[in-house]
Design a protein around this ligand. Structure first.
Ligand SMILES: NC(=O)c1ccc[n+]([C@@H]2O[C@H](COP(=O)([O-])OP(=O)(O)OC[C@H]3O[C@@H](n4cnc5c(N)ncnc54)[C@H](OP(=O)(O)O)[C@@H]3O)[C@@H](O)[C@H]2O)c1
Length: 251
């Protein structure tokens, strides 16, 4: 039996990487999936590759009017949104904390954090009315402990974890579960600095209890569990998927 049969899901940042893998896994499990990213042509291509039941819609998650436009049009077309995955993020501002400027601070907050606040506040009321829904926020192990030279990234991911808990507390009695996933190093464009250099990659991976480089699909399978009935008694949780990296102190 398919685990997400006939569910309607939005996955942000699904033009590649972890978001794309989540979209693929949701489609495999019978859901209709709205994928978003900034470029319509890229999304159209991804939709062709994934197959049926994928709706590609360009949306810059840092822009309030884009987010509202997406949620309104999907609600009109499908009548409901059952699953929301807040996955899109950026890491444009790496470097010494005291060198960060306010423009970088605002951009990181807008794209990595405020986007999730906006999406949840638009989507959750419908979920509450229907008495069911699952929201999944993609955080990071860098939200659990600070990443060196990653002040703004770590800060937004830590806030996302608390946002997850706060929404879970309020929305649980209305039938809506809110959980977060905190991946470790996963092989995507965002993290290529860490794995494109063979020596650095081998050094990182050899110290992990699970000694391979994490793949987007390994995060996606957890998202399937949280989105469907398998996660029916879980809310407010942040689940680490890092090959055991945090056990050995690495972030
Ligand atoms: N990879 C890792 O090691 C790792 C570890 C921990 C956590 N994470 C988290 O996992 C999530 C996915 O990251 P990833 O590694 O898969 O990154 P990725 O390969 O760089 O993909 C990021 C996705 O987000 C989209 N995106 C970026 N800015 C956007 C915006 N303003 N509006 C809409 N879409 C936007 C990108 O599409 P366009 O560029 O086409 O807009 C792309 O689809 C992020 O939340 C990240 O922080 C990743």
């Amino acid at each position: 039996m398919s685990l997400l049969q006939d569910k309607v899901a939005i996955v942000t940042g699904a033009s590649r990487g972890i978001g794309r893998a989540i979209a693929e896994a949701f489609v495999r499990e019978g859901a209709t999936v709205v994928i978003c990213g900034r470029k319509q042509e890229t999304l159209d291509q991804v939709a062709l590759e994934i197959g049926k039941r994928v709706k590609p819609v360009a949306c810059h998650v840092g822009k309030a009017d884009h987010v509202r436009g997406l949620v309104d049009s999907i609600t009109r077309e499908f009548g409901r949104i059952d699953i929301l995955v807040n996955n899109a993020a950026t890491n444009v501002a790496q470097g010494p904390a005291i060198a960060m400027d306010e423009g970088q601070f605002d951009k990181m907050v807008e794209v990595n954090l405020k986007s999730t606040f906006r999406f949840i506040n638009l989507v959750a009321p419908g979920m509450c009315e229907r008495g069911s829904g699952s929201i999944i926020n993609i955080a990071s192990i860098s939200g659990l402990r600070p990443q060196f030279h990653g002040l703004l990234y770590s800060m937004t991911k830590a806030a996302l974890i608390m946002m997850t808990q706060s929404y879970a507390l309020e929305l649980g009695p209305k039938g809506v579960r809110v959980n977060a996933i905190a991946p470790g190093l996963i092989q995507t464009v965002l993290s290529e600095y860490y794995w494109k250099n063979e020596k650095l990659k081998d050094d990182i991976v050899s110290k992990q209890p699970i000694q391979h480089l994490g793949q987007p699909a390994e995060v996606a399978e957890l998202a399937v569990l949280l989105a469907g009935d398998g996660g029916s008694y879980m809310t407010g949780q942040t689940i680490v998927v890092d090959g055991g990296a945090t056990l050995v102190g690495r972030l």
